[in-house]
Write a protein that binds this ligand. Sequence first.
Ligand code: NI
Length: 182
Amino acid sequence: MALRSIRKVGDPVLTKHSKEVRKMTPRLEELVDDMLDTMYEAGGVGLAAPQVGILKRIVVVDVSPEQDDPYILVDPQIIETSGEQTGYEGCLSLPGKSGVVKRPEYVKVLAFDRNMKEVEYEGQDLLARAFCHEIDHLDGKMYTEMMEGDLIDNSELAEMQEQAEREAQEAQGTHEEETHTI
Ligand code: NI
């Protein structure tokens, strides 16, 4: 296992379509392990193979608090969606920034696991958002293309969050401005 370097916005590899895997190989298994290491090291909750420069349809996602429960999706397809969620998201290929993106509240994904066994996963909230975000990367799409409004610095977002918390305390209500780097 090893860390791979994460391609940043402006790198043409991030705008290309990735190819189907169909058959797992030792080299691709190594890629999956490296993607997991790279995602955890970078503090993201998802990573797609093109983000490490490999145009194959493989993504990894882990939204668990302990970061010990990864989903490995090979040749994933979204087969069902429902509802809607609007919130901030970020990307390891665009560090330190976030933007507001509308996503389905629920998605069902058909994929293969690392042993090329067919699997079906359901995701809600952040998991649904992460599945959508990563699968978009396989088609060369960044969240910024479907963002509402402008990119914001995460430091500014943190300030907004603090401000909102202060106001919420005063108003005895709740309000959250949170982002996740996917
Ligand atoms: Ni991303």
